[in-house]
Design a protein around this ligand. Sequence first.
Ligand code: SF4
Length: 73
Amino acid sequence: MPKIIQYRDKCIGCGICFELQPELWRMSRKDGKAVLLKAAAKKLTHVLQVTAQQYEEARAVSEACPVRVIKLG
Ligand code: SF4
């Protein structure tokens, strides 16, 4: 199953992921960082299993993240 992986501690809160794929992302009011919705937290990463279509859409999100903290797995 394809996955999106976010290294959340290094997120700078630019909001691009939320703009590009709003069904999967929210911006936290607490710390200003992006939240990968329904993701499982594992050590420093947040991991979400996604559909093939969401995975394809996430390629552009991963490339657009200015600090490259969104990976695909
Ligand atoms: S695009 Fe990257 S840096 Fe910007 S809010 Fe999303 S995860 Fe954080």
